[in-house]
Design a protein around this ligand. Structure first.
Ligand code: ATP
Ligand code: MG
Length: 659
C-alpha cells in the first residue's frame, strides 16, 4: 500500500474539493467591460494576429517584420520591430496631452506623500537617463537596484530601459549574501540604492548592505544613493554618488533610442521557494505587449477614472509588471505605498483605499489571510465603496479567503480576479475576466485570450474534466522568459524537458466538471497518501474553511503505514483565542468531512507564525523537514529564521504528548 507507484491507473492528482458558489459579474461592469467574450474567439481563430493587435497598443518606432520566430524552446516576438519601453510608459502620454495626469500617488510609511504626474515622471526619467550616461552606463550594461518603495525606484528602472541598460532589482529586504550572489551572476556595474527606507515605523538601512556586498566586487564601479531617511551613511569617495548631486543637475531632455523588440529589459531572480534563484530574462516588445494587455483586460482598467493599486513590492515580478510596466504603459493612475500593512495601525491599507479612492486593488493571499487573522473590524472602519475589482496573486487563494476578501473588502460587489502566473511567464496567464467570468472561489478559471494552457497527466495527455494533473503551456506567449541569465541548459532542463514541446511551470492543477482550472500548488509539494496524490492546497483550503482558522500550511511526512501522512500547521483567527483543547480533533474531523477520510491530517499543530519567503509564500519544504524530524534545509530566503526553530521545538514537544 505504502509504495503504490505513481500513475498506474490512478489519477495524477486527486480532485477532492467541491465548490458550488459562483458569482456573475455585476451587470454595469459587464456591459462596459474592456474585454468581451469575443476576445477569446478572436484569439483562438488566429492567435498570432491577436497578439499583433495587442502589440499595436504600443508605440513602435519601427514596425516588426515577423510576429514570432519559434525555435523551441527559444522564442523571439515582433522581430525587426523597434521601440523604447520608457517612451511607451511615459513620453507618449505626455505627448498626447496627458502630462497632468497623476502617474503615482505615493504614500510613505510615516505619512509623507508625493504626487507624481506623467510630466513629472518624464523629467525625472530623462534626468536619470542622462545621469546614467554620465556614469558610463550604456546599452546592455546591467544595473542593480536595491531600493525601498519610493518613486526613484521606478525612475531608475525606466531610466535603464530608456538607455537600454538591463535592470536587476533585488528586493530591499534581502541580505548582503543574496545581493552579492545576484551582483556576481548579473555582473552589474552600477548599484542604485538609498540610505534606507521606512518599515514598521522606523528607518531601516540599505546602504550598509550594499557597502558589504560591493566591498569585494570591483566590477561594481559606482553606487548611486538616494537620500530617503537621512540616516548616516559611510561614504566611499570616488565610488559613491548622491542621486541629488548627479541627477538633479541633468537636463530634462533626453533623446531616446529605439531598441530592438528582443533587447533585454530586465533580469529578475525568482523568489527562491524551491531552489537556487534563477535569473529570469525578459525582453522588451513581447513583454510590454502582454503586461499592457493583461493590465488593461484583467483589471478592466479605465485609465481616465480608475485608481489602481498593486500592494506588492517592486522587488517581485508582480511589482515590475503591475506597478511599473503595465499601469504606466496604459497611462494609469496608481497608488504606491512604501511600508507595511500594520504601521501605524492594522487598518492602514484600508485607510489608503479610502484616501485615494482606489478602484482596483491587487494583493497576495498571504496578506488577505493576515487581514482575516486580524479581524474584519479593521476594514470596517473605512469607506471602501470606491473598489470595483479586486485581484489576487502569488499563491492559490483558498475559497474562504476569497469569500472574506469579496465580503469584507469588496462589499459583496466586486469580482475577484485570481491571477495565476510566474516570474517566468512575465504576465498574467490564467485568470477570470471581471466582466465575463462567473467567478468561483478558489479557481483561476481560464487562460487569457492568446494563451494556450492545459492540464496533463504524467504522460503529457490532457486530463478529462474532474481530474487533476500538471498545468502546461502549449504555445509560446509574448511575455515568456527568454532564458535563464547565462544558463541556457538550465532553462531547457527546468522548463522544457518534463514534457516534449510543452512549457512546464512546475505547478499542479485540476480541471473541474465545468472545464475551469484550479491551481493546486507546486508539484514538489504534492503528498502521496495511501496511493493517492493529494495537493497541499486542497487540505489547506479545507482547514481555512473552518471558522477558527486564518491560515494553514500542510506537508507530507513519511509514514510507515500510508507512505506519507498529512501534517498541518495552522494559525487561528484572533477571535478564536487559543481554540480550546478539543480544537485539533475537531479540525481533523472537519477536513475528513470536507475532503474525505483520505485527507484527514495525522497531526495538526497550532502555531503563531508560518515560515515564509520574503515574498510571503509558505516554505513547505522546511515544514517537511520539521514534520520528518530532520535538520532544517536552507533558511536564507526566510523572513524570520528564528520562527522555524521555535516551530520545530513546538512540534517535537507535541510529538511527545500525542496519542
Ligand atoms: P522559485 O521559482 O524560485 O521557487 P517562486 O515560484 O515562489 O520561486 P514566483 O515566480 O514569484 O517565484 O512565483 C510563481 C509561483 O507562485 C507559481 O508557479 C505558483 O506556484 C504560485 N502562484 C502565483 N500566482 C498564483 C495563483 N493565482 N494561484 C496559484 N498559485 C499561484
Ligand atoms: Mg517558481
Amino acid at each position: 500500500m505504502a509504495e503504490t507507484p505513481q500513475g498506474q491507473g490512478q489519477e495524477t492528482l486527486s480532485n477532492l474539493l467541491q465548490e458550488s458558489r459562483s458569482f456573475p459579474p455585476p451587470a454595469d461592469l459587464a456591459a462596459d467591460a474592456n474585454v468581451q467574450a469575443d476576445a477569446y474567439d478572436a484569439a483562438s481563430a488566429d492567435r498570432l494576429r491577436f497578439w499583433e493587435d495587442q502589440a499595436r497598443r504600443l508605440q513602435w518606432e519601427q514596425p516588426w517584420s515577423n510576429v514570432l520566430d519559434w525555435n523551441p524552446p527559444f522564442a523571439e516576438w515582433f522581430t525587426g520591430g523597434k521601440l523604447n519601453a520608457a517612451v511607451n510608459c511615459v513620453d507618449r502620454h505626455v505627448d498626447a496631452g496627458r502630462g497632468e495626469r497623476v502617474a503615482f500617488h505615493w504614500e510613505g510609511e510615516p505619512g509623507d506623500t508625493r504626487t507624481i504626474t506623467y510630466a513629472d515622471l518624464k523629467d525625472m526619467v530623462c534626468q536619470a537617463a542622462n545621469a546614467l550616461t554620465e556614469l558610463g552606463v550604456g546599452k546592455g550594461d546591467r544595473v542593480a537596484i536595491y531600493m525601498p518603495m519610493i518613486p526613484e525606484t521606478v525612475v531608475a528602472m525606466l531610466a535603464c530601459a530608456r538607455v537600454g541598460a538591463v535592470h536587476m532589482v533585488v528586493f530591499g529586504g534581502f541580505s548582503v549574501d543574496a545581493l552579492g550572489t545576484r551582483l556576481d551572476d548579473s555582473e552589474a556595474k552600477l548599484v542604485v540604492t538609498a540610505d534606507g527606507g521606512y518599515r514598521r515605523g522606523k528607518p531601516s538601512s540599505l546602504k550598509p548592505a550594499v557597502d558589504d556586498a560591493v566591498r569585494d566586487r570591483p566590477a561594481v564601479e559606482n553606487v548611486l544613493v538616494v537620500r530617503r531617511t537621512g540616516q548616516d551613511v559611510e561614504w566611499n569617495e570616488g565610488r559613491d554618488v548622491w542621486w541629488h548631486d548627479i541627477v538633479d543637475r541633468q537636463s530634462a531632455e533626453h533623446a531616446a533610442e529605439a531598441h530592438d523588440s528582443e533587447h533585454p529589459l530586465y533580469i529578475m531572480y525568482t523568489s527562491g521557494t524551491t531552489a537556487k534563484p534563477k535569473g529570469i530574462l525578459h525582453t522588451t516588445g513581447g513583454y510590454l505587449t502582454q503586461v499592457s494587455y493583461t493590465h488593461w483586460a484583467v483589471f478592466d482598467l479605465k485609465p481616465e477614472t480608475d485608481v489602481f493599486w498593486t500592494a506588492a513590492d517592486i522587488g517581485w515580478v508582480t511589482g515590475h509588471s503591475y506597478i511599473v510596466y503595465g499601469p504606466l504603459s496604459n497611462g494609469a493612475t496608481s497608488v504606491m505605498y512604501e511600508g507595511t500593512p500594520d504601521t501605524p495601525h492594522k487598518g492602514r491599507f484600508w485607510e489608503i483605499v479610502q484616501k485615494y479612492g482606489v478602484t482596483i486593488a491587487y494583493m497576495a493571499p498571504t496578506a488577505i489571510r493576515t487581514f482575516m487573522k486580524w479581524g474584519e473590524e479593521y476594514p470596517a472602519q473605512f469607506d471602501l465603496s470606491s473598489l470595483r475589482v479586486l485581484g489576487s496573486v502569488g499563491e492559490p487563494i483558498n475559497p474562504e479567503a476569497y469569500m472574506w476578501y469579496r465580503t469584507h473588502i469588496g462589499g459583496g460587489r466586486t469580482p475577484i480576479v485570481d491571477t495565476w502566473w510566474q516570474t517566468e511567464t512575465g504576465a498574467i496567464m490564467v485568470t477570470p475576466m471581471p466582466g465575463i467570468t462567473h467567478g468561483k472561489p478558489g479557481a483561476a478559471m481560464q487562460p487569457i485570450p492568446g494563451v494556450v494552457a492545459d492540464v496533463v497527466d504524467e504522460s503529457g495527455e490532457s486530463v478529462p474534466r474532474g481530474q487533476g494533473g500538471f498545468i502546461v503551456i502549449r504555445e509560446p506567449w509574448p511575455s515568456m522568459l527568454r532564458g535563464i541569465w547565462g544558463d541556457p541548459e538550465r532553462y531547457k532542463k527546468t522548463y522544457w524537458s518534463r514534457f516534449e514541446g510543452l512549457y512546464f511551470p512546475g505547478d499542479g492543477a485540476k480541471r473541474d466538471e465545468d472545464g475551469d482550472l484550479w491551481l493546486l500548488g507546486r508539484v514538489d509539494d504534492v503528498m502521496l497518501v495511501s496511493g493517492h496524490n493529494i495537493s497541499t492546497t486542497e487540505v489547506e483550503s479545507a482547514l481555512v474553511a473552518h471558522p477558527n482558522v486564518a491560515e494553514a500550511a500542510v506537508t507530507g511526512a513519511s509514514d510507515p503505514v500510508t507512505g506519507q501522512a498529512i501534517v498541518a500547521f495552522v494559525i487561528l483567527r484572533s477571535e478564536a483565542g487559543d481554540g480550546g483543547s478539543g480544537l485539533v480533533k475537531e479540525l481533523r474531523e472537519h477536513v475528513a468531512a470536507h475532503l474525505g477520510p483520505i485527507a484527514k491530517p495525522r497531526q495538526i499543530l497550532v502555531v503563531p507564525e508560518l515560515p515564509k519567503t520574503r515574498s510571503g509564500k509558505i516554505m513547505r519544504r522546511l515544514l517537511k523537514d520539521v514534520a520528518e524530524n530532520r535538520e532544517l534545509g536552507d533558511v536564507s530566503t526566510l523572513t524570520d529564521a528564528q520562527s522555524i526553530q521555535t516551530l520545530q521545538e513546538a512540534f517535537q514537544e507535541s510529538g511527545k504528548s500525542d496519542e
